[in-house]
Design a binder for this molecule. Structure first.
Ligand SMILES: Cc1cc2nc3c(=O)[nH]c(=O)nc-3n(C[C@H](O)[C@H](O)[C@H](O)COP(=O)(O)OP(=O)(O)OC[C@H]3O[C@@H](n4cnc5c(N)ncnc54)[C@H](O)[C@@H]3O)c2cc1C
Ligand code: SF4
Length: 454
């Protein structure tokens, strides 16, 4: 392995810099913010929320000093309301839809949601206060494969309906990417784990460290359970790009780098002095933020298109700029340069020209022969997650060409007993916690109906 570095900055400073970015609103701040809401009839903010939280309703409860009532109202629609308060792209969803003019600024819906839902953690209350209690036992059982936001939301709904639920997850902890992927600046690990624990507390059996398709077969699940919900996410591996020398020491998946921040003491996470990240999506921006805050001298994101086409959120881009991250557009990495021991020395890149728009509407990159080198001792690949069709194929499901199972709008697959939801089937901007929660919640209703009929 290339000599990466630990302890570039004092541990206490790194931890402070990686802790939750925004403070919780005080009672007075929350009251003042909530009082500005117009409590719109047919509220557009509510329509923009994938889980249809009664936003004017919970804000009004905050304005009447009923913080618990507000938390209950949120959780009724979205059992992972504390996570969503932190990680939702509110500026593209509810706050974008708010009727208040740009001059007035939208109501800070996410911050108010956090003010409300944090009460439960502060006061040691559970989600039972919002009506999450196990239903009358039905004697039917469901295997949920993947304990991320989609699987947890499904498990909560299925337990309320009285079904036995077992969650299988290959990771040691539940929470999926909320526990292992999203950076702690947006959501502390404790919040994701608290939510998972609440749902486990509904009487869900958990089998963590168990990979379906490896430790337990698909056939065994179909034999032992009445229905199966697959919420396995978009896949852990990054898209391989045509990059010569990508197996060099010092080149790794950005997701693995990010995950280390969650499972190690942050200051002990090895990082290069000159880090180059390939990509300009949210994973790239998160990796860049972490590398910069661990103390790398230079952090550069290279992207073959331009800022207009990048998929990262604009506010995360702004945060990266403040951290000193450089973005270089219209660049295609072609080769990793290494020293005699095979450790990274730099990234050879080609200048890219943009051609006609492709099928996705984005202009097609055309790689030119103009080459140059960016010095680097650590290269992180953030070129998108790759789907893993083998799990679905093991259930014998009819598949799309892109590695997703064919699914109806009610989450059903070609096998009547197998349902799927969350990142496993979503694409584009819907690859988000709130959409995964909405899918898990609604899939539980569909599975409950199926079990009632069969
Ligand atoms: C770096 C990064 C940052 C992100 N930041 C944000 C953000 O700020 N806001 C936002 O809304 N979204 C964000 N997202 C997206 C968000 O995390 C996902 O959309 C969301 O977690 C999807 O939930 P899910 O339950 O469908 O899948 P996941 O969260 O991926 O959970 C899937 C689970 O399935 C398990 N699993 C997979 N295969 C198997 C198997 N065969 N057997 C057993 N278990 C299995 C995995 O271990 C995992 O726990 C981010 C994603 C990444 C990668
Ligand atoms: S659109 Fe804005 S003002 Fe209207 S209810 Fe929603 S948050 Fe309040």
């Amino acid at each position: 392995m290339t000599p990466l570095h630990t302890g570039l900055r004092p541990s206490a400073e790194v931890e402070a810099d990686l802790s939750e970015r925004l403070p919780r609103l005080s009672r007075n701040e929350a009251f003042a913010e909530a009082s500005d809401c117009l409590y719109c009839y047919d509220a557009p903010c509510m329509k923009a929320c994938p889980t249809s939280i009664d936003i004017p309703g919970f804000i009004k409860l905050i304005a009447t000093d009923d913080r618990l009532g507000a938390a209950q109202r949120i959780l009724q629609q979205n059992v992972l309301g504390a996570s969503c308060a932190r990680v939702c792209a509110t500026e593209e969803l509810c706050e974008e839809a708010c009727v208040l003019t740009p001059g007035e600024g939208p109501i800070l819906i996410g911050r108010l949601q956090r003010f409300a839902t944090d009460l439960l953690m502060e006061e040691g209350l559970g989600i039972d206060v919002a009506g999450y209690v196990p239903g009358t036992p039905t004697g039917r059982s469901v295997a949920v494969v993947g304990g991320g936001p989609a699987g947890l939301a499904a498990a909560a709904g299925l337990r309320r309906a009285g079904h036995d639920v077992t969650i299988f997850d290959r990771q040691p902890n539940l929470g999926g990417l909320a526990t292992y992927g999203i950076i702690p600046l947006r959501e502390p690990t404790e919040v994701a784990l608290w939510e998972a624990e609440q749902i486990r507390g509904l009487g869900v059996t958990t089998r963590t460290g168990v990979e379906v398709g490896v430790h337990v077969s698909q056939a065994e699940l179909l034999e032992q359970f009445d229905a199966v919900f697959l919420s396995t996410g978009a896949g852990r591996r990054v898209w391989e790009i045509d990059l010569a020398g990508a197996d060099a020491s010092g080149v790794e998946d950005a997701l693995e780098f990010i995950e280390r921040i969650r499972v190690m003491q942050p200051a002990n996470v090895p990082v290069g002095r000159n880090v180059v990240i390939v990509g300009a999506g949210n994973t790239a921006m998160d990796a860049a933020t972490i590398a910069a805050r661990l103390g790398a001298d230079t952090v550069t994101c290279v992207y073959r298109r331009t800022q207009t086409e990048m998929t990262g959120y604009p506010n995360e881009y702004e945060h990266c700029l403040k951290d000193g991250v450089r973005f270089r557009w219209n660049i295609q990495p072609v080769r990793v340069l290494t020293d005699a021991e095979g450790a990274v020395l730099g990234l050879e890149c080609a200048v890219v020209a943009l051609g006609e728009p492709g099928l996705d509407g984005r202009r097609m990159p055309i790689v030119t022969e103009e080459l140059f080198t960016i010095p680097a001792d650590h290269v992180l690949l953030a070129t998108g997650q790759r789907r893993e069709p083998s799990l679905f194929e093991g259930f014998g499901l009819i598949m799309e060409r892109d590695g997703r199972p064919v699914v109806t709008d009610r989450f059903a697959t070609s096998d009547a007993r197998v349902y799927v939801g969350g990142d496993a089937v979503l694409t584009g901007k819907e690859l988000s916690v709130v959409d995964a929660v909405a899918q898990g919640r609604d899939a539980a209703i569909a599975i409950d109906r199926f079990l009632g009929r069969n």
